[in-house]
Design a protein around this ligand. Structure first.
Ligand code: DLL
Length: 433
């Protein structure tokens, strides 16, 4: 079992809660002094910093929202002068204006600890070669994993995303043992390596894939194609970037770095805190961040928390794979649908189709329509029309039983749906155009 900093990762929970309380009190005090919006919200609730005495009091604090980041764009919510900020990142998300986040030198160091924990949990060490194929730049993926790799002392291959042929050449020539990219790009790399007949040349042991929702079936498909063990990593720019939560080799949920981030699950409608194990909206409070701290940030990600002790020995709570942001959820004829549910159906269909798909939602004569286009496999493509129709019908009936919705299913030729080097774009909602 490998850890990056076992004394913290496996800390006694009682001590962890004490530490969280100390850090929360510190954070609330300084934010009250330094962030006018936070002070106003505290005053509206009639709260003073000294009213917060432990993590138990977290539930009294005001929430913060993505809209706040837009309203105070670019630096209005920073808690230090910009002279202390050493880096900014930004995220545009699927909707709206980009948001900006800032880090002090210490914040960057803490962030590297988060991603180093993930890397160590996958078995990476000083002898590993980590190919970072997440985008470098304003997106947090590339530089986030980069920092952890260097902190761990492994060798980073900072290739960034794109140029698939060069990615593959580099991976083989440089002997990459670890690959970091989005799961959809991992799948694309796997397909291309297979086509090039280079699978045997790979030295990959583990992959660290995140930044978008993906299913267990997708994990299996990637593991087969790239011959590695695939790990899930979660994070969001507003809170830190990748590494807010990381998967251990037991792979039964992702451990949240609770010494830095306190999670809560709330009912998104009533805002009430839900008991452990409930599915609801994930909310985070950053208790060590200096540059851009947030209290009770509403992520819109739907997940649940598991406080049972993990067999790996880590004491940090585990979150399950988020199904997707509540913002990504489509409401079609009144039914809530996540793209990941469609992906799950497609992967269950087996070898006749690939996980490359596009969901098209429209409204025709006041009636919502759902069309799923999915690439067929080369094998099916060379088969007769009858088999194609048969597979289409099969997917249609499975979508109907999983979603409770009738969908039009169209199998398209292999390699006709655009590939993405970063986060996959799976949905075209024409109702919003
Ligand atoms: O995607 C940070 C990241 C980079 C995470 C690389 C993991 C690996 P944002 O661009 O701000 O940051 O997007 C954050 O992506 O709120 C989730 O909805 C989604 N997301 C991130 N990781 C996962 C995951 C980065 N493992 C948003 N599973 C989050 C499902 C994920 N969704």
């Amino acid at each position: 079992m490998a850890y990056y900093d076992k004394e913290n990762e496996c800390m006694d929970r009682e001590r962890l809660i004490e530490l969280q309380s100390e850090r929360l009190i510190w954070q609330v005090k300084r934010m009250y002094d330094k962030v006018p919006l936070f002070r106003e919200r505290m005053q509206e609730k009639g709260l003073l910093p000294e009213d917060i005495r432990s993590v138990e009091d977290l539930k009294h604090l005001p929430f913060s929202y993505k809209q706040d980041l837009r309203d105070y764009y670019p630096y209005g919510l920073f808690a230090v002068p910009t002279s202390e900020i050493v880096r900014v990142h930004a995220s545009s998300g699927t909707t709206g204006k980009q948001i900006v986040v800032g880090y002090t030198r210490k914040d960057l160091d803490d962030w590297s600890t988060c991603t180093a924990r993930q890397l160590a949990a996958t078995g990476a060490d000083k002898n590993s070669f980590v190919q970072v194929s997440y985008g470098y730049g304003l997106f947090t993926g590339g530089l986030g994993l980069h920092g952890g790799t260097e902190k761990l002392g492994a060798t980073v291959i900072p290739i960034s995303s794109g140029n698939t042929q060069r990615q593959i050449q580099t991976m083989i020539d440089f002997g990459a043992t670890h690959l970091c990219c989005t799961p959809s790009y991992a799948m694309y790399l796997g397909e291309t390596i297979e086509e090039m007949g280079l699978t045997e040349e790979l030295k990959l042991k583990a992959g660290i894939f995140g930044a978008e929702p993906w299913t267990e079936d997708m994990r299996k498909a990637i593991e087969e194609k790239l011959r590695l063990k695939a790990y899930d990593i979660y994070g969001l720019s507003e809170i830190m970037g990748p590494g807010v939560a990381y998967e251990c080799d037991k792979q039964k949920g992702m451990h949240i770095c609770e010494d830095m981030f306190i999670p809560e699950i709330i009912d998104p409608n009533t805002c009430e805190v839900l008991p452990a194990g409930s599915l609801g909206e994930l909310v985070f409070t950053t208790i060590t961040k200096e540059g851009f701290p947030l209290i009770r940030y509403r992520t819109r990600d739907i997940a649940s928390l598991n406080y049972e002790k993990c067999e790996c020995g880590r004491s940090f709570v585990r979150m399950n794979k988020p199904q997707g942001r509540s913002d990504d959820m489509m409401i079609i004829r009144g039914v809530n649908v996540f793209p990941s549910q469609i992906e799950e159906v497609l992967l269950r269909v087996g070898g006749d189709v690939t996980p490359n798909y596009m969901v098209i939602v429209d409204r025709v004569n006041n009636h919502d329509t759902l069309e799923v286009q999915v690439e067929m496999s080369d094998k099916l493509f060379s088969d007769d029309v009858k088999s194609v129709e048969f597979v289409e019908e099969k997917i249609k009936s499975q979508l109907a039983s999983v979603l409770g919705l009738a969908a039009k299913v169209r199998l398209v030729e292999p390699k006709t749906i655009a590939r993405s080097e970063g986060k996959a774009k799976r949905v075209l909602d024409k109702r919003k155009l």
